[in-house]
Write a protein that binds this ligand. Structure first.
Ligand code: AGP
Length: 601
């Protein structure tokens, strides 16, 4: 979504702000802008399109030591220069990430008070409201305190006022914002990568809190202007995290981190004994039903989790897309656990679904990557995956880490339900120890997946089929391909093909079949024969050794326990999607129209 950066300090602000915006590009955007105080005036420069278009308009040596910058992912109003941030009204200039939901109401009120608006954005209205309150309060902190009581919806605001040329202010509700300290001055930013070049020390601004930042001091207040102390965080990853470590794309770098991510995530909750699983997952004992709610790839982890928890935990699991769940009638009760899954911890629909469950007094668990994110802070319990900062818009390592958590949950529940007996349990434990090596080996076979990608990348449509847990994996495989290569692809339950879709199969139509579930293997093989008979080009991924000439391409993955198998199965499919997209010269890390974190409905 939108990216915010602000700086006040001893050094020129323009270079720092532009660097910060460049580090936030992964969030997806369609315009960019900067505002800074120079010679007692606020100067605002903004432009449609990429940051490079903005840079051409700037003098990087201009004497300015306080400023704010913004990359906009359009929500209200088209992507153009007028709607780009920062927005100014009266003495104030602001940048905003989120949606002010009562902007229409505020707009009417402000127009009646003589304000008029140039842009179509809710942000300009928010700025006008702040200006209007300031005219009464004549104090910025009191103004912002009142603003947090007036605004409804999600916002992270960076604010400057010409009456205080040495202070930068910030307020937030729901949308993420950090405040960072360095020796040369202090920052606000939407996310850590924006400031990593300058510092790795930062504070998390909580909902309805206000921050006042000067070059030497950072002060936090609650909504009623009571000063609050905050713990400082240190980002463990170094700048390399935000760089590509020699890989051509963040996505490829992050795929190659998956063995470490698996190990870091598993080891945080599992020390090789069932006691560690009891310690971390015993809280699950009381639930008789589970709703898993998420969006996109996170939803797909829930689809895998459903099969595992039902098969081993004997607990009914309902998996829903958050944008539906938040509005639908839910049949949950005190015996239900609602699990929300989110890499960013900021996805608006998932956050809304979580808040709905909370409002209905239903217990909630969040499986999240970003520490201190909104979802993490609201859920009753949080299980953090240890995927580190994921930059590529198309998730890979976070998806795999989420699967690892569902594996641990299912192992614990399987042991408790006695579906998994001691002998099987120790076999699984042994395989868990092997998994990082098996993951790495699977990744290292990338050339064979790339060779297949080189044969199919020109196709306009590609099908994925699978049964049971392999169908869940095919959903994620299809999304990976779609979102980075722009090729239309569909994931289908293999048994469903004959009920309509098979009419789309022509000669050489690529069909990627996933068959790892031994109980369903023969059935999937017969579906492969159906599409082969109609001329399909079949790529089969399986943990079985294939004896007869069943397919055109075969990807063998290691045969591990079903509770772990999906973690290996997805890897060739991630790499296949990557190479297809690369061959099609797509913007792999920042696919068109997409954002890393969808913080609006
Ligand atoms: C995944 O590759 C996509 N970028 C997208 O579907 C993503 O999984 C979805 O938007 C959910 O994001 P979250 O995990 O941060 O909530």
């Amino acid at each position: 979504m939108c990216g915010i950066i602000g700086y006040v300090g001893r050094e020129l602000c323009i270079p720092k702000i532009i660097h910060g915006l460049q580090s936030l590009e992964y969030r997806g955007y369609d315009s960019a802008g900067i505002a800074y105080i120079s010679k007692g005036k606020i100067k605002t420069i903004k432009e449609k399109g990429k940051i490079i278009n903005l840079e051409k308009l700037l003098n990087f040596d201009e004497e300015a030591y306080l400023g704010i910058g913004h990359t906009r992912w359009a929500t209200h109003g088209v992507a153009n220069k007028i709607n780009a941030h920062p927005h100014s009204v009266g003495k104030f200039t602001i940048v905003h990430n989120g949606i002010i939901e009562n902007y229409n109401e505020l707009k009417e009120e402000l127009i009646n008070k003589g304000y008029n608006f140039k842009s179509e954005t809710d942000t300009e209205i928010a700025c006008a409201k702040i200006d209007e309150i300031y005219k009464q309060e004549k104090d910025i902190l009191k103004t912002l305190s009142k603003a947090t009581k007036v605004f409804r919806g999600s916002y992270a605001l960076g604010i400057i006022c010409i009456d205080e040329p040495n202070s930068l202010y910030a307020i937030r509700n729901t949308s993420p914002l950090i405040v960072a300290k360095s020796n040369e001055g202090n920052f606000i930013a939407s996310d850590v990568p924006a400031i990593l070049k300058f510092t790795n020390k930062y504070f998390l601004l909580d909902d309805l809190e206000i921050a006042k930042i000067t070059m030497d001091k950072v002060t936090f207040y609650n909504q009623d202007l009571i000063p609050i102390d905050k713990n400082i965080n240190t980002f463990e990853g170094s700048v390399e995290v935000a760089l590509k470590n020699g890989y051509e794309h963040f996505m490829l770098k992050e795929i190659n981190e998956q063995d470490k991510v698996f190990k870091d995530t598993i080891n945080y909750y599992f020390d090789g004994t069932i006691d560690s699983l009891k310690k971390n997952f015993k809280f699950l004992d009381k639930y008789k039903k589970i709703d898993i709610v998420a969006c996109g790839s996170a939803y797909h982890t829930g689809c895998v989790g459903k099969y595992l928890i039902e098969n081993y935990g004997n607990i009914p699991v309902n998996v829903e897309v958050a944008s539906e769940y938040r509005y639908k009638k839910c049949f949950y009760d005190k015996d239900t656990l609602v699990i929300v899954v989110s890499q960013s911890g900021e996805t608006a629909d998932t956050l809304a679904a979580l808040k709905k469950a909370k409002n209905d007094k239903i217990d909630t668990l969040a499986i999240v990557n970003v520490i201190g994110s909104s979802i993490a802070r609201i859920a009753d319990k949080v299980i953090y995956i240890k995927a580190g900062c994921e930059i590529a818009v198309a998730t890979t390592k976070a998806y795999l880490a989420q699967l690892a958590i569902f594996s641990l949950i299912s192992i614990y529940l399987g042991y408790k339900s006695k579906e998994i007996k001691d002998e099987e349990l120790y076999k699984i434990f042994k395989e868990i120890k092997q998994m990082p090596k098996l993951i790495k080996n699977t990744i290292n076979n990338y050339e064979s997946y790339f060779a297949i990608a080189d044969k199919i990348y020109k196709n306009k449509q590609i099908f994925f089929i699978g049964r049971g847990i392999d169908y869940a994996t095919s959903l994620e495989a299809s999304l990976k391909l779609k979102e980075i290569s722009y090729i239309n692809s569909v994931a289908y339950q293999a048994g469903e093909l004959k009920h309509g879709t098979i009419s789309l199969i022509e000669k050489n139509t690529p069909v990627i079949a996933i068959a790892t579930d031994k109980n369903l293997f023969e059935k999937t093989i017969s579906n492969i024969k159906e599409v082969k008979a109609r001329g399909a080009y079949v790529i089969l991924i399986s943990n079985e050794v294939i004896k007869e000439q069943l397919c055109d391409e075969f990807i063998k993955i290691d045969d591990v326990h079903p509770i772990l198998e999906s973690i290996l199965t997805i890897i060739p499919l991630q790499l296949l999607a990557y190479k297809v997209a690369k061959n099609n010269k797509c913007d792999i890390d920042k696919p068109r129209n997409l954002a890393k974190s969808v913080t609006v409905e």
